[in-house]
Design a protein around this ligand. Structure first.
Ligand code: UD1
Length: 372
């Protein structure tokens, strides 16, 4: 049997946690299939890239397309132009893409136009909000994928409604949770992450909120960003807030002159942190405030209450079974939800089906059956 190659694509921070267990599983079956890892370079700062490769033991990419930042069209177009020659050279039996970032749809589109099957990991999630760039990426990637791996059962229904044949959809669970479970014992204690920050010295385990914000709908509109930060300042009077700040958010806070709003002694702003640091920060938090999809899932897996600062979620299982509450950006609703968690302890939730650390194994079993 000639050995086949699967091209695996990563581009942005959340992709790294998703690809890590898949690469590990592919490595175990190297006598039958090899992989070729492409990093598009959508995220390029050390803090947004290299530390994740090291911590998650992801091999150096075979190629970095170094596309960098730009408008959606620029970024997507540059990825496509630079990815096509890779496929000409490698001639893979399939291209595997994860998640919903611009790199996902760009590489999927190049592959399908060259008649190379596309495998989409984390298919079928829908926020039903077409203002979200990721929602467009999700819908389009699923339409051009041959094999679709899902993390929760609601995804199957969405895909069927959009005309995807059932035989192509496989419910395998959540690779991001594979990574979380594999790394829990290596999580870096929050005290270690905070040790160089004077403001952070009085913060105790279980007595702080962890905040992340990066969605364009929250951070690019000055009024929404101001409202959210004022609301956080209010919360920080009751509970210290630790806030690793995404570069997009940092740029906006600076440009809008909002640094003062987060200058209180009980808001601890940090640069973006690595995966193991984030895990430690989440594990010891009283609650998490976020607009990230990944954190909604990770907090459900950890049993930590999550307050989602968005009007919707593409991950409804985190609300139905997990610890997640969708509150939007209304300061009163945010405050009420935080108060409720402080009084009652919040939702304890349960672990969703197949979020058991074995999703990548299931994916590999299907890939072998279909492609090898
Ligand atoms: C992207 C994804 C989003 C994901 C997020 C995780 C899309 C459409 N969005 O959003 O789904 O949740 O990554 O972080 O793909 N920047 C840096 N250094 C970097 C990367 C970005 O400074 O290494 C700055 C640049 O100013 C850039 C901005 O952040 O313009 C936004 O980066 P971009 O990759 O366009 O989108 P994200 O907001 O990171």
């Amino acid at each position: 049997m000639t050995k086949k190659t699967i091209v695996c694509v990563v581009g942005a921070r959340p992709n790294f946690m998703k690809i890590a267990p898949i690469i590990k599983a592919l490595k175990k079956t190297q006598e039958h299939v090899s992989f070729y890892l492409v990093h598009t370079g959508q995220h390029y700062d050390q803090a947004m890239k290299a530390s994740f490769f090291q911590q998650l033991d992801i091999p150096e990419p075979d190629i970095d397309l170094e596309v960098g930042s730009g408008s959606h069209s620029e970024q997507t177009a540059h990825i496509m132009l630079r990815f096509e020659p890779v496929l000409d050279k490698v001639k893979p039996c399939a291209v595997l893409v994860v998640g919903d970032v611009n790199s996902t749809v760009a590489c999927g589109l190049v592959a399908v136009k060259k008649a190379i099957p596309v495998i989409h990991v984390e298919a079928g999630l829908r926020s039903h909000d077409r203002q979200m760039p990721e929602e467009i990426n999700r819908v389009l990637t699923d339409q051009i994928s041959d094999t679709l791996f899902t993390t929760e059962r609601s995804a199957h229904e969405h895909l069927l409604k959009e005309g995807i044949e059932s035989r192509r959809i496989h419910f395998v669970g959540n690779v991001m949770i594979d990574t979380l479970r594999a790394n829990l014992e290596h999580a870096i204690a929050f005290t270690e992450t905070l040790k160089n920050y004077d403001k952070a010295q009085p913060v105790k385990v279980g007595e702080y909120a962890l905040l992340t914000l990066h969605r364009p709908s929250n951070v690019d509109d000055p009024r929404t960003l101001t409202r959210l930060l004022l609301s956080i300042a209010g919360i920080s009077r009751k509970l210290p807030v630790i806030f690793p700040i995404h570069p997009r958010t940092h740029n906006q806070i600076k440009q809008q002159g909002l640094l003062d709003v987060i200058s209180s002694p009980t808001i601890i702003g940090l640069p973006p942190v690595g995966y193991l640091q984030m895990l430690g920060l989440m594990q010891s938090a009283k609650l998490v405030l976020t607009d990230s999809g990944g954190l909604q899932e990770e907090t459900t897996s950890l049993g930590i209450p999550c307050v989602t600062l968005r009007e919707n979620t593409e991950r409804p299982i985190t609300v139905e079974q997990g610890t997640n509450t969708i509150v939007g950006t209304d300061p009163e609703k945010i405050q009420a939800c935080v108060d409720d968690i402080l009084t009652t302890g919040g939702k304890s939730g349960r672990i969703p089906e197949y979020w058991d650390g074995k999703a990548a194994e299931r994916i590999l079993a299907e890939i072998k059956r279909i492609y090898l």
